[in-house]
Ligand binder design. Structure first.
Ligand code: NDP
Ligand code: 2IT
Length: 445
């Protein structure tokens, strides 16, 4: 990194001790900015880099709640309002026991550039809690969500900050959160949350959007080589919202996803994933991947290793950060994998990314390839503001158009800065310059 950029990184590490994921996300962006700063030195003036790595506001709060047995628990809640240059803070809420301030800051930081890439009027933010929804009753999840929203409601609003789902937060949780917000504010602000139910302001295609968008991005990358997804074998990780709809879109485009996973292991189904069964197990029963295997002859559960051990043409990591490391990358490359598109946020380690880039395969960073979810959240906000509702085909067509635009912006920026085909540089440079230009226009704020 150039001196000016390296100094900013060192300051981030010194000021945010122990926040390894945040350091990792900042480093990846700053490294990409070398050629951008070299070409446009004014981006380093007026402490623009120093400002962009510092959240505008970060909120931490106590979340007390009572379980079904009457026991009181205390979780920690977070909302990091990172950057509002382009619009209200926008980004999901994650409920997972691993959540800490460094994880929320890495996600919020990535969200700034992802949201800029969508070309919609949304700033970057993220939130969540170390609450674990696994094994909790609906009533426990509801009481937790009500307590969480009791504090969060002071900080959000349709023109201020608009949360949505992420790991552990889906339609059920958004419902309980919205109900409590409405009660506290005595105001039906549909646009305060996205990922809502279809009967109360949700958008068609939002549920599918992240997974669909990831596959559409992979399709656009393949098109640059004159190829399609038809007949390609795919390894998917995760079995949640993103993974399920990545599998669905891949199947619609003639590909053959053969794996998925959760924290108990991964499933290999060489005949191709039975999507109806997977949805039944995960969306309806909230079960484990073993429940799929017990009902699907020919499928096997592997509890050691990763889906990346299975020979495939395309890998779609859709579970969590740092789930695909250098060893997994080497295995994928050895087996002939030629496309990696991230559905999750930061699932590939820096070493894995370096291996993919050195091998010259098609690799898409999550801030570009998983941006379809937040883009469709912005479409939900647009429908809420207009008190209208589009049909599925309209919403999906807009999502598809946005994914093509994001792909083309990445390709163009990578060419502009002298590294054609480098989607990491492309995504970071295109996202950064959009935000930076507006921050400059807004003065020192
Ligand atoms: P879900 O909660 O619906 O699913 C998450 C899946 O990943 C589950 O199968 C879960 O298994 C697995 N998983 C999560 N954490 C771990 C872990 N530490 N180790 C092993 N497996 C794990 O979340 P989403 O599908 O919404 O999110 C998946 C990824 O996509 C995340 O990185 C998220 O940030 C990203 N993303 C999500 C978007 C959205 O719209 N939902 C938009 C853009 C990105 P288990 O149940 O066993 O924990
Ligand atoms: O990481 C992400 O982009 C999300 N979890 C979706 C955020 C949103 O506001 O829809």
């Amino acid at each position: 990194m150039q001196d000016v950029v390296e100094k900013v990184y060192e300051q981030v590490v010194a000021r945010n001790r122990g926040e390894a994921e945040f350091h990792q996300a900042v480093r990846e962006v700053l490294e990409s900015l070398d050629p951008v700063i070299a070409k446009h030195p004014h981006y380093a003036d007026n402490a623009l880099l120093e400002r962009i790595v510092e959240p505008e506001r970060q909120i931490m709060f106590r979340v007390p709640w009572v379980d079904d047995a009457g026991q009181v628990h205390v979780n920690r809640g977070f909302r990091v309002e990172f950057n509002s240059a382009l619009g209200p803070y926008k980004g999901g809420l994650r409920f997972h026991p691993s959540v800490n301030v460094g994880i929320i800051k890495f996600l919020g930081f990535e969200q700034i550039f992802k949201n800029a890439l969508t070309n919609q009027a949304i700033g970057g933010g993220k939130g969540g809690s170390d609450f674990d929804p696994h094994g909790k009753s609906d009533a426990e999840v509801m009481r937790f969500c009500q307590s969480f929203m009791t504090e969060l409601s002071r900080h959000i609003g349709p023109n201020t900050d608009v949360p949505a789902g992420d790991i552990g937060v889906g339609g059920r949780e958004i419902g309980y959160l919205f109900g409590q917000y409405k009660r506290l504010r005595n105001s039906y602000d549909a646009g305060v949350l996205t990922g809502k139910g279809l009967a109360w302001g949700g958008s068609l295609a939002r549920t599918e959007a992240t997974g669909y968008g990831t596959v559409l991005f992979a399709q656009s990358m393949l098109a640059t080589k004159g190829e399609t997804l038809e007949g390609k074998k795919i390894a998917v990780s995760g079995a949640g919202n993103v993974a399920i709809y990545a599998i669905e879109k891949a199947q619609q485009l003639g590909a053959k996803p053969i794996t998925f996973s959760d924290s108990s292991g991964y499933v290999v189904d060489e005949a191709g994933v039975d999507l109806d069964l997977l949805k039944q197990v995960k969306e309806v029963e909230r079960g484990r991947v073993a429940d799929y295997v017990s009902r699907r002859p020919g499928a096997r559960l592997v509890t050691e290793g990763r889906p990346w051990d299975v020979p495939v043409d395309v890998a779609l990591p859709c579970a969590t950060q740092n789930e695909l490391d250098a060893d997994s990358a080497a295995t994928l490359l050895r087996n002939g994998c030629a496309v990696v598109a991230e559905g999750a946020n930061m699932p590939c380690t820096p070493e894995a990314i370096a291996a993919f880039q050195a091998a010259g395969i098609l690799y898409a960073p999550g801030k570009a390839s998983n941006a379809g979810g937040v883009a469709t959240s912005a479409l939900e906000m647009e429908q809420n503001a207009g008190r209208t509702r589009w049909d599925f085909a309209t919403a999906e067509a807009k999502l598809a158009g946005i994914m093509v635009d994001i792909h083309d912006s990445c390709v163009e920026a990578a060419e502009t800065y002298g590294r054609p085909g480098d989607y990491v540089l492309g995504a970071n440079a295109a996202g950064f310059t959009r935000v930076a230009d507006v921050m400059i226009a807004h003065g020192i704020v």
